[in-house]
Design a protein around this ligand. Structure first.
Ligand code: URA
Length: 209
């Protein structure tokens, strides 16, 4: 699988295992997700461009390097993406944030957009889409297609968990989009859930079940 980055740092794997436990409380689940997104953000931002800046230390002036965080847009796919956002914002506090809401049409099963709000000047920006689960890939594919119309400089997709079906679908539709994940699980079930997975991420983040 090219263009897929498996983040297998021991801390990431440890926290992901704790999140999978069905008895993990909403607050534990949310805390772990936030910690994980923090850790994953380091890997996802590894190739961010740096610019030179002059800085005065107490002893002399030097040229240091800084990230232009404002060029980065984190795009949350509602609603579970919101639970994955804060760790990224901790690491890149200057990033802008966009939101995209999609629901599945019960007749056609195609994703339908109900919300879309992005920062200005997207053609100058690098996008990181965040959604904890890449399952069928339908929402991810629709979100990427919609965002590509704004002609951003680049798009990455970050999820906590995916499966071979989701990776294949997103890569087929958008081979240029790098996928970052902490695990590629065994398979999708007939209801579109990842197995063994961790259940419905949105419900587990927001305690709605
Ligand atoms: N969305 C979820 O929240 N969980 C899955 O397993 C698949 C999609």
């Amino acid at each position: 699988m090219s263009n897929v980055y498996l983040i297998n740092h021991p801390l990431v794997q440890h926290k992901l295992t704790l999140m999978r436990r069905k008895n993990a409380s909403t607050s534990t689940f949310r805390t772990l997700l936030s910690e994980l997104s923090n850790l994953m953000a380091y890997e996802v931002t590894r190739d961010m461009p740096l610019q030179d800046i002059e800085v005065e230390t107490p002893l002399e002036t030097m040229t240091g390097k800084i990230i232009d965080g404002k060029k980065l847009v984190l795009v949350s796919i509602l609603r579970a993406g919101n639970g994955f956002l804060d760790g990224f914002l901790n690491v890149v506090p200057g990033a802008r944030v966009g939101h995209i809401g999609l629901y599945r049409d019960p007749q056609t099963l195609a994703p339908v957009e109900y919300y879309f709000k992005m920062p200005q000047e997207m053609e100058e920006r690098d996008i990181v889409i965040v959604d904890p689960m890449l399952a069928t890939g339908n929402s991810a594919i629709a979100a990427v297609a919609r965002l590509k119309k704004l002609k951003p400089k680049s798009i990455k997709f970050v999820c906590l968990l995916t499966c071979p079906e989701g990776v294949a679908a997103l890569q087929k539709a958008h081979p240029d989009v790098a996928i970052y994940t902490a695990a590629i699980d065994r398979q999708l079930n007939e209801h579109g859930y990842i197995l063994p997975g961790l259940g419905d991420a949105g419900d587990r983040i927001f305690g709605t079940k």
